[in-house]
Design a protein around this ligand. Structure first.
Ligand code: AMP
Ligand code: MG
Length: 399
């Protein structure tokens, strides 16, 4: 049977990463992928500046200064952050200066105000400062033409601050993939509506749409469909015109109401695969319709969740150019037992902290959702393993 990694590779081969870009106000760009370089147009800081409040002066004038033998200098002006002192400092002179202000020409250091008498016209300096001691050099943060932001960088707080310090606003970002989510099943009822006999509330669409939003993409469509092949085919056909990826849940197994096989036939979509070596969630079905990828997941809530995390997320990562979509794997030490032969690559709900992991207690069935609460990883049990016991080293896929 197809391995998860091969399924992901096969899906990625059908797609190209998004190339369309748009401009966004910098303050709204967190979580987006930068579609331009961020290069310094000027040195930062753009001028030598004072790192503290004090007196800008010539270091050689105060070399011998001490508490007992202060040096007296003429205060010839003052300069605050945002201003420029117009003159040049000469021997025996000082300029009152505040943090962030440009160091006047002629001065090569700043003496802390605490080492002076805070003089206004004249100042007594009690402690010398060597040339360039308290001195922020022009370009000491970065130099003109430095590449600070690579095209393709994900914009977080730090990148946004760097872009701001480069003067970039708005910024060009890659558009996010358009993703539609459809739950199928005659038994499904929308949350908020009255539950009739034989029906259940639809939770899959909420898992997937919720996870998409949590990871940074709002589903462009989220809806529900009956187990009616024509209705479903029509819905997919319509959505495919404006969607990069359609994710469905339910109807992919071998029952009479497992309509997705029929839907794919009716759409004349090109089937890529059906069934992957993953438990739960083996009957994943994938197809391409024109430019749109169709990934149909099992209807069982935990199976759909596992499929989404392991197969859909890396595909979205590729489409969106955002590596954070690719779930991270980590070797962990198991802290409790799970004794059940797998026969397939099995994923268990778990909780991981500091390299230790616990298999969730509660119902492990593919159809059970509640044991997922509080979990932050999927623990992998290999096909040849008859479960796992405390102390075993296993892989965890972080959610
Ligand atoms: P299916 O894959 O359609 O055979 O569904 C497998 C199981 O998952 C059945 O018990 C369904 O009722 C349940 N199920 C299917 N879709 C959903 C959904 N959207 N939300 C919650 N449970 C579902
Ligand atoms: Mg069904």
């Amino acid at each position: 049977m197809l391995q998860i990694e091969d399924a992901v590779r096969c899906l990625q081969q059908q797609m190209q990463p998004i190339t369309k870009t748009q401009n966004l106000p910098l303050l709204t760009a967190a979580g987006w992928i930068l579609a331009q370089e961020g290069r310094a147009m000027a040195d930062q800081p753009p001028f030598p500046r004072s790192p503290l409040d004090g007196y800008a002066l010539r270091g050689q004038d105060t070399e011998a200064a001490s508490k007992e033998a202060p040096v007296c200098l003429q205060v010839v002006g003052r300069v605050y952050a945002g201003e420029v002192f117009p003159g040049q400092i000469k021997a025996g002179e000082a300029v009152r200066i505040m943090t962030g202000a440009p160091i006047p020409m002629g001065a090569d250091t700043v003496v802390r105000q605490e080492d002076s008498d805070y003089g206004q016209e004249q100042v007594l300096i009690y402690k010398g400062s060597r040339p360039y001691e308290n001195y922020c050099f022009q370009g000491e943060d970065y130099k003109k033409d430095s590449l600070l932001l690579q095209k393709g960088a994900k914009l977080g707080g730090c990148e946004i601050a760097l872009a701001a310090s480069l003067g970039m606003d708005p910024v060009a970002v890659y558009q996010k993939p358009k993703i539609a989510v459809i739950s199928t099943g005659d038994e499904l009822t929308k949350p908020g509506e009255k539950l009739m006999p034989g029906k259940i509330y639809d939770s899959n669409r909420y898992w997937i749409s919720g996870r998409l939003a949590e990871l940074g993409i709002l589903a462009s469509y989220s809806g529900q469909c009956k187990d009616e092949p024509e209705e479903m085919a029509e819905c997919i056909r319509r959505l495919s015109e404006q969607t990069d990826l359609i994710i469905t849940t339910g109807g992919v197994s071998v029952g009479e109401k497992d309509i997705l096989h029929e839907v794919i036939r009716r759409l004349s979509a090109r089937q890529l695969f059906w069934q992957v070596n993953v438990k739960p969630g083996a009957p994943v079905l994938a197809a391409v319709l024109d430019q749109t990828l169709l990934i149909c997941l099992s209807g069982n809530p935990f199976a759909a969740a596992v499929n989404f995390e392991l197969i859909v997320r890396p595909v979205i990562g590729y489409l969106s150019r955002d590596k954070s979509w690719i779930p991270k794997r980590k070797k962990v030490r198991l802290e409790n037992d799970y004794r059940k032969p797998a026969g397939a690559r099995r994923f268990l709900r778990g909780y991981e902290e500091d390299g230790k992991a616990w298999v969730a207690t509660g119902n492990h069935a593919a159809g059970a959702l509640s044991a997922m609460a509080g979990c932050n990883c999927l623990i992998e049990i290999l096909p040849q393993q008859a479960g796992a016991v405390k102390g075993d080293t296993v892989w965890a896929c972080l959610l």
